[in-house]
Design a protein around this ligand. Structure first.
Ligand code: COI
Length: 360
């Protein structure tokens, strides 16, 4: 049931946090680094303990956002030990600052660290770092409903190494930026996607399910070309048969067929926190939700298509083009109702039956 304010809170933290600064034009936020130089960031480093096996973390805490001093032989610069997360802090109508399922991001970063042979930040360090960053940058959390403070936890193999191997030391940091809509045109403007039929984002056994930096730049060539042609982003197909949709460069994808909602199974795609939450929300609203191979042919016949991600939130898709063929989608009803349900929980204007929201 929808209500204005129903989430009980033991502690009203609003008085502890700064109100939004006057230095930002809150009505015209995009998704950019425009304000990062005014913010604070959290830093911790890991080195191996005397036993040569246990990572010892040293927290430097929160300080001004600024350049990192890095050795040219840093592993991350040479061989790419670099993984990241994306999270959003919101200001509720009561003025509290809240995060959405931060433990899920902590877990995904630890899973990514295991895949990339990096020192995994302990969950309590990860959560402390994110919360400290949000609290220190409270003035940059937009007013309720005007956007979010996007937090970017980064884990870098920052120690030097020349031969191929894992870094001897790691840097975990969290920086942040106030953000509005990810895609140009506004949060709920239906987006235009181009199906990529030649290049692939990920292959079975690869790192498509890891939020590693290396997954993101190989998509830029086709993405930039698609953007020049008026598309918002590119939709990737599976590398084996070029038949099934995988994900968009920046978000996961869902297709609606009557009462059934289908999203590609995990494996080569990013296990999105928003993806997982939307599946739970859709089931709670009575939809049948399936994680299964999803053929592009079926997507082009779907009643509705939408994408999800932390940065993207939930975007209805208005048009998909594959080769010479194009499909316009008129329906956005399911997307809109799930968007309302998700953002209602994230901003605490609705009940949070899953217990997803964490107060900073
Ligand atoms: C996010 O949604 O948080 C991401 O990291 C995607 C990125 C392309 C902005």
């Amino acid at each position: 049931a929808r209500s204005r304010r129903v989430v009980p809170r033991a502690l009203d933290s609003s008085s502890m946090h700064a109100p939004p600064t006057d230095d930002v034009d809150w009505d015209n936020l995009g998704f950019s680094c425009e304000h990062v130089s005014k913010t604070m960031m959290f830093v911790a480093t890991a080195t191996l303990g005397a036993d040569g096996q246990t990572w010892e973390w040293k927290e430097e805490g929160v300080g001004p956002y600024g350049a990192l001093a890095m050795d040219p032989s840093a592993q991350c610069l040479n061989y790419g030990q670099s993984i990241f997360e994306g999270m959003k802090a919101q200001r509720t109508m009561e003025g509290n600052l809240v995060l959405f399922r931060p433990s899920e991001n902590a877990k995904r970063m630890r899973d990514g660290a295991a895949r990339m042979s990096m020192a995994p930040p302990p969950e309590d360090l990860f959560l402390r770092g994110v919360k400290a960053t949000v609290a220190a940058n409270a003035a940059f959390v937009p007013p309720n409903g005007k956007g979010a403070l996007y937090c970017r936890p980064l884990l870098l193999g920052s120690g030097p190494i020349l031969g191929l191997g894992p870094a001897p030391s790691y840097t975990f940091l969290v920086y942040c930026s106030p953000v509005g809509s990810y895609f140009k045109g506004g949060q709920l403007d239906p987006i235009r996607l181009k199906v990529e039929e030649v290049e692939h984002r990920a292959a079975p056994g690869g790192t498509g399910n890891t939020k590693c930096a290396g997954n993101y730049s190989p998509v830029l060539n086709v993405q930039l070309e698609a953007k020049q042609r008026g598309f918002n982003d590119v939709l990737y197909l599976d590398a084996v048969s070029n038949t099934y949709v995988e994900e968009v460069s920046s978000c996961n994808i869902f297709a609606v067929f009557g009462n059934k909602i289908v999203t590609p199974s995990l494996g080569t795609i990013l296990p999105g926190v928003t993806r997982k939450s939307i599946m739970d929300l859709a089931r709670s609203k009575g939809f049948e939700v399936e994680e299964a191979p999803l053929a592009i042919d079926d997507v082009l016949r779907a009643d509705e298509v939408f994408t999800t991600g932390t940065a993207v939130v939930l975007s209805p898709v208005g048009y998909i083009e594959r080769g010479e063929e194009g499909r316009e989608y008129q329906n956005t009803e399911v997307a809109m109702s799930l968007y309302e349900a998700l953002t209602g929980i994230q901003q605490q204007t609705m009940d949070d039956p899953f217990g997803w929201v964490v107060t900073v």
